[in-house]
Design a protein around this ligand. Structure first.
Ligand code: HEM
Length: 423
């Protein structure tokens, strides 16, 4: 597409861009690392340094609009030199206002601490043991066929059941969770916003679990979840815990599933890369981080300027919605040499913004990384010569891939692979 064509496109509605948004990101970058797009007035941050400036300035930037961005409907105009009072008065009216990613300190600090009490190192260790078992169980389901659709056959169920195990969802209920949350695999509406229905299911279930365990404590993970205190020792309301538990499914399932599929696409596309990682498993973490950088499952997030501020030399009045485009900042050539290349020897491989940065940085990053590592280990142990299935995706150089038609969540909708079972 030409720049003149890009000029006419509203990124937040132009689905034709989402299969391959990167040329558009370069068009944005050509306007500077901080640029106000003309269609909705959102300020697009494509520069790495500038993204970091926003992430670290929590006094200026509120997360209240992190999902709704410039589409949030405020009952009054966002006018004045400090809109903090307007934010506090009306933030509850915005979408997802009851979810951690939209909180600001001090509420965010307390609820995040509660969450981190639920994801303890001990719990993560037990959860990883479950991952090894589950990875094999998923692979058993298709290994004899010598082909699979990796999102449906492995990644979707794997990532959902890992979160279910982390939270101690009783085993007899896990299949219902799968049906409710993955029966229709599209978790998002046409506008790119998450639909509420799966959350209602989760709210309902976790309220029941937590109320039950508070009445009848047992020696299980769910009881620990139900009785965890806030850092100041006070007891959270049932609703507080229910929201945190539900948020883990929303935040951790689709994102991690897309990462797993991306990694398999890279391996299937590049036999040399596959051989190198097979021969040296120490390279697995590098493949994971490069996959997060190159194809960030969460491409960006919004923030709202409370007061006037300058970012990257651009003046932003109070009330400005910024869109921090991690997916573009992760390809900023000032930060990453040959940014579009997957390089296992990249010196600053850990510096990408795939998990965001700062106080809201992904709470599930260690979990996601463990899921990716366990998956790669078992896939490489059991599946030889992994290739892209050309009968579905076409020949090398002319592949047909379908990506999510969303600007926030990026990933393949399906990935058909062939392989040789290793006995
Ligand atoms: C590859 C997989 C994942 C990616 C790419 C990802 C990415 C992100 C990003 C970009 C953010 C916002 C960070 C910021 O604002 O600085 C975030 C927040 C969050 N993520 Fe993840 N995530 C993934 C997996 C998970 C998992 C497995 C869980 C837990 C089960 C999880 C739980 C959360 C939570 C609770 C937040 C909100 C944190 C807060 O607002 O304080 N994520 N994630």
């Amino acid at each position: 597409m030409s720049n003149a064509e890009f000029d006419g496109l509203d990124f937040f509605r132009a689905k034709e861009l989402y299969n391959d948004p990167y040329p558009f990101y370069e068009y944005l970058r050509a306007h500077g690392p901080v640029w106000r797009e003309p269609h909705n007035g959102a300020v697009m941050i494509t520069g790495y340094e500038e993204a970091m400036a926003v992430y670290t300035d929590t006094a200026t930037f509120s997360n209240c609009n992190s999902i709704a961005g410039p589409f949030a409907k405020w009952p009054v105009p966002l006018e004045g030199d400090d809109i903090s009072a307007i934010i506090e008065e009306y933030r509850d009216l915005l979408p997802f206002s009851d979810q951690l990613p939209t909180f600001d300190p001090p509420r965010h600090t307390a609820h995040r601490a509660l969450l981190m009490r639920l994801i303890t190192p001990k719990r993560l260790k037990e959860n990883e043991e479950f991952m090894w078992w589950l990875a094999d169980q998923r692979i058993d389901g298709f290994i004899d066929r010598g082909e699979c659709e990796f999102l449906g056959d492995f990644a979707g169920a794997f990532t959902l059941l890992v979160v279910a195990d982390l939270l101690g969802v009783p085993e007899e209920d896990r299949e219902t969770f799968r049906e409710e949350l993955q029966g229709d695999r599209r978790p998002t509406s046409n506008t790119g916003q998450m639909v509420h229905k799966p959350l209602e299911f989760l709210y309902d279930r976790f309220t029941t679990y937590i109320e039950d365990r508070r009445r009848n404590p047992q020696n299980d993970v769910m009881t620990k979840l139900a009785t965890a205190p806030f850092p100041d020792g006070s007891t959270p309301e049932v609703k507080d815990i229910m929201l945190i538990a539900s948020n883990l499914f929303a935040a951790g399932g689709e994102t991690t599933a897309r990462l797993l599929v991306t990694m398999l696409r890279f391996l299937g596309e590049d036999p040399d890369l596959q051989e190198r990682v097979r021969a040296d498993r120490e390279l697995i973490p590098h493949l994971i981080e490069e996959s997060l950088r190159l194809e960030s499952p969460l491409q960006g997030e919004f923030k709202l300027a409370r007061v006037p501020v300058e970012v990257g030399g651009v003046h932003l009045p109070a009330g400005t919605s910024v869109f921090v485009l991690n997916g573009a900042a992760n390809r900023d050539p000032r930060q990453f040499d040959d940014p579009a290349d997957l390089r296992l020897d990249r010196p600053n491989w850990r510096q990408h913004l795939g998990f965001g940065f700062g106080i809201h940085t992904c709470a599930g990053a260690p979990l996601a990384r463990a899921e990716a590592r366990v998956t790669l280990e078992r896939v490489l142990d059991r599946m030889g010569d992994i290739r892209i299935d050309e009968s579905v995706h076409g020949p090398a150089g002319a592949r047909a891939y379908d990506y999510t038609q969303l600007y926030l969540l990026r990933g393949l909708e399906s990935l058909h692979l062939t392989f040789t079972p290793i006995s």
